[in-house]
Ligand binder design. Structure first.
Ligand code: ZN
Length: 690
């Protein structure tokens, strides 16, 4: 190491003590060049900590093995948390390059931990003696979880098999990073530029958003449709120009499949092959079997049973919906078959006709700031939390912070909201953290981030949301509460570190409170007049909840089924990704007018990292839980019933991974859920009728 580098490292702000309020990182002082040396140092020091634990001469105890592990790697966590917040929400060429370099290093590092034989031997010794160690329930859970994680990572395998696993993991990490970056590149490089005459049908808010998008891309005075979901979906919903809808739709659904450098098909093929190989090495028949063994569902067959139960009903409802849309085309004198780029447009028209409701009429009632307040008040009434704006330096001017206090006024954490779409942000919406709650090293409070991609308003205008956007805001805020309310001792169990078919329960459940009349009445107020939404409009809005649910359920469920098929392959071989997708969709008789919500070449849940691989079914699994859980409140006649809210907090929102998910749910509800509430919620309980 040369002297200047050593000097640069000693003042690396990422590794210095963070003295900013609430434990925030020193964002202003951090530049991309700081990350690589900070990662290198933090990885090396964590590695040394792990090796020291493994090499301890003393007989293993919970304290000298698992507690030491839980205390280790804190620098790495700090650096990685900051880095991945930026890689998602404020990225650029420099960050992307570091990300490509760091992904395989992190995978290798994770293997150095989970494939460490000496360490596994100590954990296994403790595990075999688990009944005699006098552990608390939480400590016992920590031991069980670590043991399971090590076994599932391959700690008990031969050296040869472990070597192959490590190589696979590293390669998968690189491929996953590349996959996500390719999608982002495709999204960034595309804009449908509209001339004045191309705006037919677009309501004023959509025109304003298109103007802002063009301006952000350096075309002031013009209009642009981008591939951000909020931009392109709005366009598909309103544009009267069938030719332009087709163009935008094709660009949107072809992300990751355009040939050339950003084509993701060969990446998918390789990832699926490597995942299948990894599962076989660890002793499972397929990746889906491996993955679901440690989920609430336990087996692919259980997930598939739920999806199948919904699929037939959803398809029938979608067909009835399609017929109604086709009738509408005929009534207007159109003489063409409904195509995928027509669905949203005619559905919007039909919605307007049936319920006398149009998005442009609704949107002024959903101001971003009022919806944030609505989410806060809901948290206050359910869990006693309060939110106060905090003026702290963050990573981007769009990001805002609120200090969170509990019912007794004590500091509970910091919440950061970053709501507008921009070129440096990945598409979608997510929750992440800059710091997770724990009590092992003092009372550490969480710093939780919500990132969304809502259309930025024109200068001086209020930001307006669609009803779906508002639901997304509540959804992500539900995840945020899972992090903010976390009340555990050990970092391993904190907040959202639960199985992925349980993690959507707190978020999806929270969406229900957006529709509670007293919340809507108070916060859905017109941007110009501040009048609450008129009762008849509110009634019509709520009546549309099951409208177009055949479509929504089909576009989602098809993804979940294809995911299970793809990761259920025993020997994927040289997979033709496009052909596979076509085959599977034909097999389940996918309606021709509907396209998967995420086609495989841009299906980031599965391939940009592995978070939802063989796990996309989780949203519906969680929806079974959330629909059933909200009925627990409805049964009391009070959407904020204190006793129910208390149990919800104790066993779900604050409980992290303290319990097996099925047990946690039973403790809250008194029983396991049934699918009935979900079918009612989606309007699929009765015979199909559009
Ligand atoms: Zn979610």
């Amino acid at each position: 190491m040369t002297a200047p580098q050593a000097a640069a490292q000693t003042i690396n702000p990422l590794l210095a003590d963070w003295n900013a309020a609430f434990g925030l990182p020193p964002f202003k002082a951090v530049t991309p060049e700081h990350f690589r040396p900070a990662f290198d140092r933090a990885l090396a020091s964590h590695r040394a900590e792990i090796d020291a634990i493994a090499a301890d001469e003393a007989a293993p105890t919970f304290a000298n093995t698992l507690e030491s592990l839980e205390r280790s790697g804190r620098d790495l966590e700090k650096v990685a948390n900051v880095f991945f917040v930026l890689a998602g929400a404020d990225t650029g060429d420099a960050i992307e390059e570091i990300e490509r370099g760091i992904a395989p290093l992190l995978a290798r590092h994770s293997d150095a931990l989970y494939l460490n034989t000496g360490l596994f031997r100590r954990i296994d010794t403790l595990y075999q003696a688990r009944e005699t160690l006098g552990l608390s329930a939480e400590q016992r859970r920590v031991l069980d979880r670590y043991h399971t994680r090590f076994v599932r990572a391959g700690a008990a395998l031969s050296k040869d098999a472990q070597g192959r696993l490590a190589a696979i993991n590293e390669r998968l990490a690189s491929l996953g990073t590349q996959f996500g970056q390719n999608v982002l590149t495709d999204e960034k490089s595309y804009a449908l530029m509209l001339e004045e005459g191309d705006l037919a049908g677009l309501p004023e808010f959509a025109v304003a958003a298109a103007r802002a998008a063009a301006e952000e891309r350096g075309h002031k005075g013009k209009h642009a449709i981008t591939l951000a979901r909020s931009s392109v979906e709005t366009f598909l919903q309103f544009s009267a120009r069938r030719d332009l809808r087709e163009k935008a739709f094709n660009a949107w659904t072809m992300r990751g499949e355009g040939g050339g450098k950003t084509d993701n098909r060969h990446i998918v093929a390789e990832m699926v092959r490597l995942r299948a190989e990894r599962a076989r090495l660890i002793g499972y028949e397929t990746f889906a079997d491996y993955r679901l063994d440690d989920q609430m569902a336990k087996m692919p067959a259980a997930a598939r049973k739920l999806l199948d139960e919904v699929w037939g009903r959803a398809r029938a409802k979608a067909k009835a919906e399609r017929d109604a849309l086709q009738d509408m085309i005929a009534q207007e004198g159109g003489n063409f078959a409904l195509a995928p780029w027509d669905w949203r447009y005619y559905a919007e028209k039909l919605r307007k006709k049936k319920y006398d409701l149009d998005e442009a009429e609704i949107k002024p009632y959903f101001q971003l700031d009022r919806m944030i307040e609505a989410a806060f008040e809901t948290a206050h009434r359910l869990f006693g939390l309060s939110f106060k704006p905090a003026d702290v330096p963050l990573y981007h001017p769009d990001a805002r912070a609120w200090e969170v206090t509990d019912a007794s006024g004590g500091h509970a954490g910091l919440f950061v909201g970053d709501y507008f779409a921009r070129g440096s942000k990945r598409s979608g919406a997510w929750m992440t953290s800059l710091r997770d709650q724990q009590k092992l090293s003092g009372n550490i409070t969480p710093v939780i981030v919500n990132v969304c991609n809502f259309s930025r308003p024109a200068a001086g205008e209020p930001a307006l949301l669609s009803f779906d956007d508002a639901r997304t805001l509540f959804h992500e805020f539900g995840h945020a509460l899972h992090g903010l309310l976390s009340n555990v001792t050990y970092p391993l169990l904190a907040g959202t570190s639960v199985s992925s078919d349980f993690v959507e329960l707190p978020s999806q459940l929270y969406e229900h409170w957006l529709e509670v009349p007293e919340i809507l009445k108070k916060y859905a107020r017109h941007a110009d007049t501040n009048e609450p939404m008129p009762q008849p409009l509110l009634a019509r809005l709520l009546a549309t909840r099951t409208f177009n649910q055949g479509f929504a359920t089909v576009e989602y469920t098809a993804c979940a089924l294809v995911d299970l098929d793809l990761h259920g392959l025993k020997e994927p071989g040289a997979l033709d990704v496009a052909g596979f997708e076509r085959d599977r969709l034909a097999h389940i008789q996918m309606p021709a007018e509907i396209v998967m919500r995420h086609r495989i070449p841009h299906f980031q849940h599965l391939f940009s990292g592995g978070g939802y691989a063989a796990g996309y079914y989780s949203y519906m699994w969680s929806e079974v839980l959330d629909a059933d859980a909200f009925e627990a409140f409805e049964e009391t006649g009070d959407a904020f019933d204190p006793a129910t809210a208390r149990r919800l907090r104790d066993f779900v929102y604050s409980a992290g991974n303290l319990r097996d998910p099925a047990e946690a749910y039973k403790a809250f509800r008194g029983r396991l859920p049934t699918v009935d509430a979900l079918l009612r919620k989606r309007g699929l309980a009765e015979p199909a009728n559009a």
